[in-house]
Design a protein around this ligand. Structure first.
Ligand SMILES: C[S@@+](CC[C@H](N)C(=O)[O-])C[C@H]1O[C@@H](n2cnc3c(N)ncnc32)[C@H](O)[C@@H]1O
Ligand code: SF4
Length: 456
């Protein structure tokens, strides 16, 4: 689809840029911690977390078929022969952490199953994984457990097992309800399938149901997004992630299976988001940070109003839980001042765990400037403002932020104070661009090859 760039702001700010689920962003990680350093950072973060416990992220990469838009780390298979050894590796990896940290049981405040498709696992496989996990983990009284599911492979029996272990938040991959769009991205699922999983979850006591939607998929039009929103409003989830389609075919070749001519871009893509936003706001949803919406009764909105909203590799979360320990192939852990990502190749991940090694492939030790800039970007992403009137929030790069923000300020995207920056209503759609003014690593070294999706 040809982009029509009549809106000069969209033309100006539609550039390649990070989504800022971390700072520094992954391509700029350059000091990988050793296993010993990583454990020390986790230990320090656990001490600093007081009685919050850890956040545990578990990656289950398996999916039955590839949705061609997908940017996640997946292993496409129909075979379940991979599952028992994978569960064994996950538990063995957790045992490595327990051993290094000297904890017979690791206390957690958050547990999240992501993927891939965690409900690729049968109820029996889920039971075996959860039993093993809960022999090694101790939930805090206020712990929350959440899971991402594909409605096409999710049954009440699976949700029932998860509910027994305390899962009360569920996220359904919906993406789009238009048959033409579903067909071109190889993701055909009906409203009835989504309704069935939504109702089953509610009946089992899940009190936060999220739908993942994407705008900017091939063949989407204003009319098709309007119809998708009709169906979404009928089902009324508590939360919605309305992600901008990230087109990165040089990283995800599956995205070459549709032609770029079919992709809405620039002003057309932004119009799809605006339509979605208006529809959702009319139904009582409130916009949160970048691309997220929640009903006022949902904990995500309550976290925003009470100032506890946090953003990490999973997107927005309701509590600032640190450290995050990532288990499984390609999982990322976050100790606040250090990141570590596991091996992205399934076999390599399993081999290293079997050898008794923490399977860290790469990571980053944040220097003092990274830590300051990380706080600014996190504040912008969660509270739409940041300030640098305290010495802790100040670096030489922050001192020149106002210069980099002069043009966005002139365009009405931010309001600048003597030592502060507040995103305006008009600027919300350009949040990634605004964060880029605090990204020293990007400013100092523009990537020499395409790395990021476009900001619009
Ligand atoms: C792990 S999947 C969700 C669970 C399950 N696999 C499913 O698809 O139903 C995570 C979410 O990432 C989003 N996503 C995947 N690839 C994307 C891309 N290229 N651009 C934007 N969002 C994407 C989709 O909305 C998807 O639901
Ligand atoms: S969108 Fe979900 S189901 Fe589809 S390939 Fe990606 S992770 Fe798997």
């Amino acid at each position: 689809m040809n982009a029509t760039l009549a809106d000069p702001l969209i033309a100006k700010y539609d550039v390649a840029g990070p989504r800022y689920t971390s700072y520094p962003t992954v391509p700029y990680w350059d000091v990988t911690p050793s296993a010993g350093q990583w454990i020390e950072h986790i230990r320090d973060a656990l001490g600093a977390a007081g009685d919050h416990g850890a956040a545990i992220y578990l990656h289950i990469p398996f999916c039955r078929a590839l949705c061609t838009f997908c940017g996640c780390n997946t292993r496409i298979t129909r075979s379940h022969s991979f599952i028992p050894p994978y569960i064994q590796s996950l538990l063995a990896e957790l045992d490595l952490y327990r051993g290094h940290l000297g904890a017979s049981k690791l206390e957690f405040g958050e547990l999240h199953f992501g993927g891939g498709t965690p409900t690729f696992l049968t109820p029996e496989e889920l039971e075996s994984l959860l039993k093993g996990l809960f022999e090694r983990l101790q939930p805090r009284a206020d712990a929350v457990a959440s899971i991402e599911v594909d409605p096409r492979v999710t049954t009440s029996a699976q949700l029932e097992v998860l509910a027994r272990y305390g899962f009360r938040r569920i996220s359904l991959g919906v993406q789009d309800f238009d048959p033409r769009v579903q067909d071109i991205v190889n993701r055909v699922q009906s409203e009835a399938q989504v309704r069935e999983v939504t109702l089953a979850a509610r009946a089992l006591g899940y009190h936060s149901v999220n739908f993942d939607l994407i705008y900017g998929l091939p063949l989407q039009t204003l009319a098709s997004v309007d119809a998708t929103m009709d169906a979404v409003c009928r089902l009324r989830p508590d939360r919605i992630a309305l992600y901008g389609y990230a087109h990165v075919p040089w990283i995800k070749p599956g995205q070459r299976r549709f032609t770029e001519i079919d992709l809405p871009e620039g002003e057309q893509k932004r119009a799809l988001y605006e339509l979605g936003r208006q529809r959702l706001e009319r139904e009582g949803y409130r916009e949160i940070g970048l691309d997220h919406f929640a009903l006022e009764t949902d904990s995500l909105w309550q976290a925003l109003t009470s100032g506890t909203l946090h953003r990490n590799f999973m997107g927005y979360t309701t509590a600032f839980t640190r450290p995050m320990i990532g288990l499984g192939v390609s999982s990322i852990g976050d100790a606040g001042d250090a990141f570590a990502q596991n091996e992205k190749d399934l076999q390599r991940y399993q081999e290293r765990v079997a050898l008794g090694e923490l399977p860290i492939q790469r990571g980053h030790l944040l220097d003092p400037e990274d830590q300051v800039l990380r706080r600014h970007i996190l504040r912008l992403m969660t509270r739409l403002e940041t300030h640098w009137d305290e010495p802790d929030d100040y670096t030489d790069f922050v001192a020149t932020a106002a210069q980099r923000l002069a043009e966005p300020a002139a365009d009405g995207l931010v309001e600048l104070g003597a030592a502060s920056c507040t995103v305006t209503e008009k600027g919300r759609g350009y949040l990634r661009n605004i964060c880029m003014a605090f990204d020293a690593r990007l400013a100092r070294r523009m990537p020499d090859k395409a790395l990021f999706s476009r900001t619009v």
